[in-house]
Design a protein. Structure first.
Length: 343
């Protein structure tokens, strides 16, 4: 990629994606921040866009107002910071990367990255209880839409059925905020929990596990806030897999995220792209390693969560299945490095 092309791509991204509904179109030399054309979430979108175009993370030291003043300045920074940029699909670069990388310790590394992505959005880390109140699952519509799927702990924690193992880590966040008005929005939370009762069929070979670990970033705010944060996080994840030179796809999913869905709703979900999945091969079959869910005001309504202006909160969650990452990373990185060693 040339500097000119990157400059053009940035101008068109700012105009068509960031300023699509408001604002006067910008050119390569238009100051992007002086008149408040872009806000802080859009800056993240812009950084993630540049990183996904070039296939490399921008060092924190490069993220300064002088470097980001105009589209021209951004392209120049990327090209002159430390030598010429190589495009993300540069074969030579890819091959040397994958030979050196092994999957060991990459899941903890991914978790640190996710925490950092959350922090960029102002996330607070919350520590949920290991079990969720069954009443909260009922309130979320989970018991009704997935009958027989809830998993109850048989340990000393509770044998009465009042507590269940959460099917997703984000549900306790909504339950915690139930019947409350937020003082400020968006509210962003980072959360991790041990989960069970996810996908119906269990097929450990392909990463469909009875119990698994979910790390999530949860966003509660206006439709605009949560959509923007979800897109920024999708780009962060794309850049991460590009950096490790992993084969992965992002697709619109049709299976319901943890809310009720009949056929009509599923069709709508697909049309409106409410759920995207990041998929990677495990033993030759694509599995979802992360999902990017926009629930509209479903949980806001179910749990009575309102925004400072009194309207119902919209929510989105970005959920990473950590065991699946371990399986997928092992499949791609360790096998290719084994091949490289025998070659
Ligand atoms: P969901 O949004 O409920 O589809 O789940 C979010 C993520 O959790 C998925 O993309 C998977 O990575 C992971 N996950 C969900 N169900 C399972 C399961 N049965 N076994 C392993 N990982 C799972
Ligand atoms: Zn979730």
């Amino acid at each position: 990629m040339s500097e000119e092309l990157l400059r053009e791509r940035i101008v068109s991204f700012v105009n068509s994606t960031l300023l699509s509904t408001s604002g006067v179109p910008v050119g390569a030399e238009t100051p992007l921040f002086e008149r408040g054309a872009l806000d802080s979430l859009q800056v993240l979108d812009l950084i993630a866009f540049v990183e996904s175009e070039t296939g490399r993370p921008l060092p924190d030291s490069a993220i300064r107002l002088t470097n980001f003043r105009t589209a021209s300045a951004i392209a120049a920074t990327v090209f002159h910071a430390d030598g010429a940029v190589r495009p993300s699909r540069d074969r030579i670069w890819s091959r040397t990367r994958s030979r050196r990388t092994s999957s060991s310790a990459l899941v903890p590394d991914l978790e640190r990255e996710i925490l950092r992505w959350g922090q960029e959005l102002g996330a607070r880390e919350v520590l949920p209880e290991p079990a969720i109140a069954t009443a909260a699952l009922a309130r979320a519509g989970y018991l009704e839409s997935f009958p027989g799927r809830a998993v109850f702990p048989r340990s000393a924690v509770d044998a009465t059925g009042r507590q269940a193992i959460p099917p997703a880590a984000c549900l306790q966040c909504y339950a915690e905020l139930a019947d409350r008005g937020l003082d400020a929005a968006p509210l962003v939370l980072s959360v991790r929990n041990h989960c069970a009762g996810g996908d119906e069929a269990v097929d450990a070979d392909h990463g469909r596990l009875r119990e698994f670990t979910m790390r999530e970033i949860v966003i509660i705010g206006s439709a605009n806030d949560v959509d923007r944060a979800r897109r920024a996080l999708m780009r962060r994840a794309q850049t991460y897999v590009a950096r490790l030179d992993l084969s992965a796809t992002i697709e619109v999913a049709t299976d319901p995220f943890h809310i009720p869905a009949d056929r009509g709703k599923l069709a709508l979900q697909r049309l409106r792209a409410l759920k995207y999945e990041l998929r990677m091969p495990v033993r030759g079959q694509p599995v979802a390693v992360a999902s990017f869910n926009y629930h509209e005001d479903f949980f806001g309504r179910a749990f009575g969560i309102t925004l400072p202006d009194g309207t119902l909160a919209h929510t989105a969650c970005v959920a990473f299945g950590l065991e699946r990452w371990q399986l997928a990373l092992h499949d791609q990185l360790d096998e290719s490095s084994d091949l490289a060693r025998t070659a």
